[in-house]
Ligand binder design. Structure first.
Ligand SMILES: *[C@@H]1O[C@H](CO)[C@@H](O)[C@H](O)[C@H]1NC(C)=O
Ligand SMILES: *[C@@H]1O[C@H](CO)[C@@H](O)[C@H](O)[C@H]1NC(C)=O
Ligand SMILES: *[C@@H]1O[C@H](CO)[C@@H](O)[C@H](O)[C@H]1NC(C)=O
Length: 375
């Protein structure tokens, strides 16, 4: 909660106007902090050295919460336009204003596809959420009466504690359907698979697995374990017998190393036996380049009728055929009726945006789905 009563807020508003005027007039560069008597504005800078791109979001400093956990620094700032902003190790994680874009897609796409494919109005659904300590995905999942059990595994309990205190949606852990496990996600997945446990839906809301620095060197980040082949295999084991659906954060197509990774992960998922692994796109202004995406895949092989072959401009090897996996038409009426059961409580997700998220720019589709052999 923000400190102070209405007078404090009016004062703060005035200070903000002054600061914003300053920000417009001064030639202000990255990491410049604008001083006023009570408050400063500071930019949270996101730099993508690989493509020479940066974006920045101005927040009010000092943060309203600031904690150093065993794993990372955790800060929550107020901002004028984007509401509260969660920052981990100086990397923007989400803003109150557009967190719905990412989190609603991560939660609803797999549950809707599961319900449309296998489930019915009363079928109990068991979900695992890996990561997502801000609690948004869990809160969205709780909108389904069919979701009866959620194992939520998060490494850093401090992220959960800070989110509980500062973010409006983060009280899903109070719900008796949620089992919070403070643990390493990759280890938990492996252990559950070895125990022979099964889920209908698994959602992996992980942070970036790697990063390129100013020198063009790659840094492998801790969540890279969640993108390894052996981990994907464990996920498949957890989902297969239930005809389950996988959803995982899968980076942006605007950065070449990320696009290459998307293609690799998709091919790996397909190689393991996942059906219809597809990359879906989310428009979100506060993530680098304004775009992020996900991979979603079904754990049981379908009837093979749902493919669409697409050609480039001709028959040359440069414009080779690629095969896009599409969902059968008839599922959408079921998804629409499930959506209506949510009483208009989503901000970004709706069935048409779900369906169209898989329609990518042509060059992206070719990069992700294009075959290496000349057709
Ligand atoms: C829905 O699923 C439940 C649980 O699997 C099952 O008992 C029930 O018969 C199903 N209902 C229909 C209409 O398919
Ligand atoms: C988070 O909050 C719970 C409940 O208040 C507390 O037991 C726990 O120690 C906190 N976790 C950390 C890492 O501070
Ligand atoms: C939608 O409305 C129905 C009827 O009032 C209610 O039972 C249900 O919980 C609501 N669902 C959500 C997600 O708000």
């Amino acid at each position: 909660m923000a400190p102070g009563g209405p007078i404090f807020h009016e004062l703060r508003g005035l200070i903000l106007i002054v600061c914003c005027a300053l920000a417009r007039c001064s030639s202000y560069t990255s990491n410049t902090v604008l001083e006023t008597s009570e408050q400063t504005l500071k930019p949270i800078l996101e730099e993508e050295f690989e493509i020479g791109y940066a974006q920045s979001l101005t927040v009010e400093s000092p943060p309203i919460a600031s904690i150093k956990s065993v794993y990372q620094s955790i800060d929550v700032y107020n901002s004028k336009h984007y509401g509260k902003v969660l920052v981990l190790d100086d990397n923007l994680q989400l803003t109150e204003r557009d967190a719905s874009h990412y989190n609603e897609m991560l939660a609803h796409v797999p549950v809707m596809e599961y319900l449309a494919n296998c489930g019915n109005e009363t079928e109990p659904i068991r979900v695992m959420v890996v990561g997502g300590g801000d609690g948004y995905v869990v809160a969205e999942l709780l909108k389904y009466p069919q979701v009866r059990w959620i194992d939520h595994v998060e490494l850093d309990e401090e992220v959960i504690n800070v989110s509980k205190e500062n973010l409006p949606w983060a009280d899903g852990w109070k719900d008796e359907r949620v089992n919070l496990v403070i643990s390493d996600g990759a280890k938990f997945v492996k252990d559950q698979a070895e125990k022979g446990i099964h889920y209908h839906v698994i959602i992996q809301d992980a942070s970036d697995p790697f990063w390129y620095d100013t020198m063009g060197d790659i840094t492998i980040l801790p969540s890279s374990v969640l993108y390894e082949l052996s981990h994907f295999e464990s996920l498949h084991r957890l989902l297969r017998s239930k005809g389950g659906v996988l959803m995982m954060q899968a980076e942006t197509y605007n950065i070449p190393s990320n696009l290459e990774a998307i293609r690799k992960w998709r091919n790996q998922l397909q190689g393991i036996g996942f059906d219809r692994p597809r990359y879906g796109s989310i428009s979100i202004g506060t993530y680098s380049t304004g775009q992020i995406g996900f991979l979603t895949a079904h754990a049981q092989v379908g009837d093979g009728s749902n493919h669409e072959e697409v050609w480039g401009s001709g028959s040359t090897c440069d414009d080779n055929v690629y095969r896009m996996d599409v969902l059968p038409e008839m599922l959408w009426s079921k998804i629409l009726s499930q959506f209506n059961n949510m009483n208009g409580t989503t901000l970004y997700y709706h069935p048409r945006v779900h369906r169209s998220s898989f329609d990518l720019p042509l060059w992206v589709e070719k990069s992700i789905y294009g075959s290496d052999v000349c057709a």
